[in-house]
Design a protein around this ligand. Sequence first.
Ligand code: DOR
Ligand code: ZN
Length: 347
Amino acid sequence: MTSIRIAAPDDWHVHLRDDDMLSAVAPFTADAFRYALVMPNLVPPITTTAMAQSYRERIIAAAGPNARADFTPLMGLYLNDDLVIDDLLAGVDAGVVFAVKYYPAGATTNSEAGGSSLIGYQAVLEAMAEAAIPLLVHAESTDPDIDIFDREAAFLEAQLAPACDAVPGLTVTVEHISTRAGLEFVAAHEGFAGSITPHHLTCDRSDILANGLRPDLYCKPVINSREERDALAAAAMSGDPSFFIGTDSAPHPLSHKETGRAKAGIFNAPYALEVVAELFHQHDSLDRLEGFLSLNGPRHYGLPVAESTITLTREEPTDPPPEIVTTGDGVDVRIFGADAAALWTIS
Ligand code: DOR
Ligand code: ZN
């Protein structure tokens, strides 16, 4: 038996949706994580402080009876032409808004309302730099001429680098880093950080494609090669404080995944901690687990580390835990990470 106690973890990137889906998935996040940095890609997107405030209340109402006492949603606003600088600044001042998320239009689920050029929002970015508001970036080119596995690098070079040069002092998180290009970009920029998902840490594209097509492993940015996966895992386990967990837990109805055109997104919130713990265990790196799950994120965002702790214990495999959760209106959603969850208990 192996057991480790760490400060309570945070999820620096999560999709909680709304309505019955929110009610079904929010308790998993609220049970496992202290802070949850909630993505604004609803339809319509969360672009104002008033929308963020009301969404935050719906999340807290959906968190359920087992929610951690310190569970706290942090709200992101969606960067597009509807975002008004004064409203953003007021929302941050009021403690309602925490960050701004940029989606390239068409890159992923519910990104249709996103931007076509990051630097096109220079005035917003300047206000954010001045007020130290974090910019969260979905770093993925939408250029159809660029191979899908090369689109992170292409976006960083063509969009994020020029924006960061034009607006010094931005606090940037490259979200769900999927390649070495993302790791290197963060390393090259003082004060930048990168979130990494449990699935990009533990899967490669052969897992999606080699033994029957796995729509449950389809997400954006797409899971890349074995080399990229290993580089991400090495960065996460290195102790480098620039990297921390963002689950990118993104539930979709099974009927939208196992169909002609699968939606991008992996629902991993229920077993995310177990998946990451098992990876670190397999690499004799459990001494670095707390940094990745619980210390590096708060440090980047200037927030206190949790006072509460959790204990993760690895024992003989139990019966496999559930792989499906069903919403109140009868929609099934597949859960990622059951194999790891059978090995670990968390209290
Ligand atoms: O795979 C993804 N799903 N990537 C994203 O960036 C969005 C997410 C979603 O909202 O489903
Ligand atoms: Zn996401």
